[in-house]
Design a protein around this ligand. Sequence first.
Ligand code: UDP
Length: 315
Amino acid sequence: MRYVITGGAGFIGSNMSRTLLDQGHEVVVIDNLSTGAIQNIESLVDQPGFCFVNQDVTEAFGVEGQVDRVMHLASPASPADFDRLSLEILAVGSDGTRHCLDLAMAKGARFFLASTSEVYGDPLVHPQPESYFGNVNPVGPRGVYDESKRFAEALTFAYNRRFGLDVRVVRIFNTFGPNMRIDDGRAITNFLWQALTGAPITIYGDGSQTRSFCYVDDEVRGLLALNESNCKGPVNIGSTFEFTLSELADIVLEVTGSSSPIEYLPLPEDDPARRRPDLTLATAELGWEPTVEVREGVARTAQYFRKLLATSDSG
Ligand code: UDP
């Protein structure tokens, strides 16, 4: 099949592109490199069936030839970018999603939306099932991302109802692994580069907030399973390995053998206190579950960041 992947030079998009090429599919990556990186797809450019287009999907765009699947993964996604890229995030969830939906309509392709656990906001229900409508502050600093994705979900289902467009929607929970931006500001990336360079590990708040961390290979396998299933979703895909941020910091220190000290910083506004997906639907519909333990995933990601830091030191 021929896939269009928006955000294909980003973290999850580049891992998905590599998986699809390995499976023998053709992949057109569309990315404006705002938070993605050409290095993430460097090893793919010479592979047959791969093509990269530097394009902002908030502007109308077309793709020549047959397209079977439109995977809309483009968006800045780190809370550290929510202020800096607030308007870009709102635009890619609204105009960007509409352009991708129109492409899928024009090509008779299936449309896939990468939504997020952030649609649940600071959840009052735990773990979070897809039927939970969420607890989002629309005017807070996270509102730009949360509402952008909520709007994208609404738009996707409107196209499905009005035009009969074939759609799939996933809600992605915290995911980590190679091709994350080392300076993206997230907990896993911050903790890892801090541990590897001996800098203090920055815990926001008292470290009692929780997240459930999914290794990217598992996540991509889940997304592709959903895309080829008969279930339009939304479906949660993420890990049920729930840790406090203090526990995560301990794991990172242990796995890297680092003696970085811990530094406590203020908790950002509207930071969700707990997060873990209810995976009943994913298990029943897709037979999917995560397999890579967090320690193992952290070790693999640490190896990737070690290489990256060594290259930037020598460069
Ligand atoms: N966090 C932290 N230290 C950091 C970066 C993040 O303690 O250096 C916390 C953050 O406040 C949140 C959790 O880690 O409670 C996960 O943050 P992240 O940005 O990775 O993702 P989120 O789940 O908030 O989108």
